[in-house]
Ligand binder design. Structure first.
Ligand SMILES: NS(=O)(=O)N[C@@H](Cc1ccccc1)C(=O)O
Ligand SMILES: [Ca+2]
Ligand SMILES: [Ca+2]
Ligand SMILES: [Ca+2]
Ligand SMILES: [Zn+2]
Length: 313
C-alpha cells in the first residue's frame, strides 16, 4: 500500500476496481477488456470509451498508456482521470460528448503493475523503475521503455547490462508487458489499415511534451519526412501551450532506443507523444508528489488531451 498520507494514489487492485466501476456505471459507452498480463501474471486492463461501445465503428481510435515506469504513480492517476472525465462527463459536457461520439478512446492505466506494486511494498517507496522480470545475472528488471521492437538496441539509447536502470532486455519484446502492448496495437490493423491514429504515453517527471524520434538527433530521417516532423512539432507545441509543459523532440533529452513512441510511429505511423508530468524538477522526490497534487496535475492535461483528440480525426 501507499505510505501514510499518500492514500489518494490507487494501488493495482484499486485501479482495477475503479475501471470496472466506471464500466458498470456507464455500460453504454464503456467496456473493460485486457491487452494481456504482466510477468507476475497481473492482468493489464484495457478500457474502451465510445458511443455504441460494443461495436467497432469507423471512428478514429486514440490510445493513452500510463505507469510504464513503476515509480511514476502520478501517471496512473492521469489515465484514471481520462477514464472518469470521458465517462462521467458524457451527455453533460459537450466537448466530452463530442469526442466520445466521434472517437474510440482506449486507455491502458498501467503497463507495469508488477513494478508499481513492488515500488510501494513494505510501506515505503523503493524508487523502482523497471518491470520485475529476473535477469540472467541475478538482477531484476527490464526497462519497458527500451524493449520495444522498432530499432531495438540500435543506437546506444539503452543499456545491455541487466542491472542497469535502462536495461533493454535480452531481445526486443522480451518483456511480456511490451509483447502484450505490441500485439494489441498490431491487432488494430484492419484490412491493412491501422485504426489507431494518435497516442500519448504518460511518464513523470519534468513537464515535457516529447515526440519521435528518440533514437536519433535527426529530425528528418528514415521513417520521418519534414512534413511529418513538422506535424509532430506543431501538435506537440499546441499541447505544450495547453498544459504549460516544454515541447521537444525526444532525443533532445537524450538518445533512447526501443521506446514506445519510436515503435508507435516507426511501425504504425501513429502520432505518438510522451508527456513527462509534474514536477518540472527536483531530485528523486520528484517521482513522489504528495497526493494533494493529483487533481491539479491530472486535470492540467485535460485541454492537451483534447488537442490530441481533435488532431486524431
Ligand atoms: N520517465 S523517464 O524519466 O524514464 N524519461 C523517459 C523519457 C523518454 C520518453 C520517451 C522517449 C524517450 C525518452 C525515459 O524513458 O527515459
Ligand atoms: Ca463509437
Ligand atoms: Ca474502430
Ligand atoms: Ca459515433
Ligand atoms: Zn518514465
Amino acid at each position: 500500500d501507499f505510505p501514510a498520507g499518500d492514500e489518494g494514489y490507487h494501488t493495482y487492485d484499486e485501479m482495477v476496481a475503479e475501471v470496472r466501476a466506471a464500466a458498470g456505471d456507464h455500460a453504454d459507452i464503456t467496456s473493460v477488456s485486457s491487452i494481456g498480463s504482466s510477468f507476475e501474471g497481473r492482468d493489464l486492463p484495457l478500457v474502451k470509451i465510445s458511443d455504441n461501445v460494443g461495436v467497432d465503428e469507423d471512428e478514429p481510435e486514440v490510445v493513452f498508456t500510463c505507469n510504464m515506469h513503476a515509480r511514476e504513480h502520478l501517471t496512473l492517476e492521469m489515465c484514471l482521470r481520462i477514464v472518469n472525465r470521458f465517462t462521467d462527463g458524457y451527455g453533460t459536457d459537450e466537448t466530452v460528448t463530442g469526442f466520445v461520439d466521434g472517437r474510440e478512446i482506449w486507455v491502458v492505466p498501467s503497463l507495469n503493475p508488477d513494478g508499481a506494486e513492488f515500488d510501494i511494498s513494505g510501506g515505503e517507496y523503493q524508487g523502482w523503475r523497471k518491470n520485475r522480470q529476473p535477469n540472467s545475472d541475478g538482477s531484476v528488471g527490464t526497462d519497458i521503455n527500451r524493449n520495444f521492437s522498432y530499432k531495438w538496441g540500435c543506437c546506444g539509447g539503452a543499456s545491455d547490462s541487466p542491472s542497469a536502470e535502462t536495461y533493454r532486455g535480452p531481445s526486443a519484446g522480451s518483456a511480456p508487458e511490451v509483447a502484450s502492448a505490441q500485439e494489441w496495437v498490431s491487432s488494430r490493423v484492419i484490412d491493412g489499415e491501422q485504426q489507431i491514429t494518435a497516442h500519448i504515453d504518460f511518464h513523470s517527471f519534468s513537464e515535457l511534451v516529447l515526440w519521435p524520434f528518440g533514437h536519433t538527433y535527426d529530425t528528418v530521417t528514415e521513417g520521418m519526412t519534414q512534413e511529418e516532423y513538422d506535424r509532430f512539432s506543431s501538435v506537440g507545441t499546441e499541447m505544450a501551450d495547453a498544459n504549460g509543459y516544454t515541447p521537444d523532440q525526444a532525443s533532445g533529452l537524450y538518445i533512447t532506443d526501443g521506446d514506445i513512441n519510436d515503435w508507435m510511429w516507426g511501425e504504425h505511423k501513429i502520432l505518438s507523444f510522451c508527456f513527462e508530468m509534474y514536477p518540472s524538477g527536483g531530485g528523486l522526490d520528484g517521482f513522489y508528489p504528495p497526493d494533494e497534487d493529483i487533481v491539479e496535475q491530472t486535470t492540467r492535461n485535460d485541454s492537451a488531451v483534447d488537442v490530441l483528440l481533435t488532431h486524431a480525426g
